[in-house]
Design a protein around this ligand. Sequence first.
Ligand code: FAD
Length: 390
Amino acid sequence: MQKMETQAVVIGGGVTGTSVLRDLAMRGISAVLFERGNICEGTSGHFHGLLHSGARYVVKDPPTAEECILENRILRRIAPDAIEDTGGFFVVLDDSDEEYLPKFLEGCAKVGIPTEVLSASEALREEPKLSPAVRQAVAVPDGSVDSWILCMGNVKSAREYGARVFIYTPVTEILREGDRVIGVKAMDQTSGEEYIVYAQYVINATGPWTHKVARLAGVDVPMVLSKGTMVVLDGRPVKRAINRCRYPSDGDIIVPVGTAIVLGTTSVNIDDPDNFIVEEWEVYKVLDECINMVPVIEDMGIQRYYASVRPLYEPPAEGGEEPEEGREVSRAFYILDHEELDGVSGFITITGGKLTTCRLMAEKTVDLVCAKLGIEAACRTHLEPLPTEP
Ligand SMILES: Cc1cc2nc3c(=O)[nH]c(=O)nc-3n(C[C@H](O)[C@H](O)[C@H](O)COP(=O)(O)OP(=O)(O)OC[C@H]3O[C@@H](n4cnc5c(N)ncnc54)[C@H](O)[C@@H]3O)c2cc1C
């Protein structure tokens, strides 16, 4: 059994946890991260690959859209190796897309997302494999992002600033002394070594496992777990990320990733992040919707399909209202100060959000940790590029 002391423990090695670790370390706070599997093994390693411009959320959720465009610009600057600047199109195919278009353009303008409206012939000249039914397309600064490069860049940077990372080492207990969390117990799955780490703050960044880990501290976090399925096809018939110009729905995004395109997604509520499967109807739903945008997809070979789970926080409904479901639950991120919410100090949860907003999520979390610990140190993660060779 090894015993350690540190200022902060981060649980979870996805984009959220590794971003938090980097920010803590850069502000001079000693920190240790525990990941139960490998880095980027959860939702972060099985997402869709889109660096959001925010355009997808401008009508439904303008604050998230604004966070996305600001962070899109920062990530391009600090993590150029993780990003391919594909650009994106929102395509208008039918009357209902045409009805959505003015709201969409107004929403983009309000949060500062630059747009360029193209006629059908201009759109087809740029992307000849689009459906001939295309009526208009709107160009936005979407991109393609590699989550592994991003996570490993965070880890390397955090280590350079003195942080420690343990993989294949799940946190098995969260230690409490009365109403205060004082550390964690973790077990290395390969060596069998046990760790007890005493910390002033424990940060739960476990994505779809948030509620399970919070329970180790005796705290309830209400989550909606929304599974999304993606289909990978060999080849890149389009240069840009192609989105359907409509209220977010199933199968309306195609993202070029490496030598392939990734189609997605669905949204199906599940109970257990450790027990879910891709259903056949999901694969066909995604294919059918994307064929409407890019018909040649019908003739392309499926390389594989996969699914992952959106960690969506559901704040307790007010005044007896029914809780929201799946796509209706906000994509905003939430920092839960369990001292304020549950009377348990020394414990914070960061959950929800997008991969695109991971750096901002970390900044706000570490701001709170600094305030709690009485540390004055400004965030610098937006200024310093990630190391290039993980
Ligand atoms: C289908 C789908 C498509 C998406 N597409 C996009 C997109 O295109 N663009 C975008 O910006 N966002 C996208 N997102 C959102 C984005 O992927 C997630 O918001 C983000 O990856 C969540 O990261 P995380 O670090 O919070 O969670 P995770 O990546 O799941 O990390 C949590 C980690 O905690 C670990 N863990 C769990 N329990 C323990 C324990 N007891 N001890 C130690 N470790 C533990 C897990 O192993 C896991 O690695 C998508 C999400 C889904 C589901």
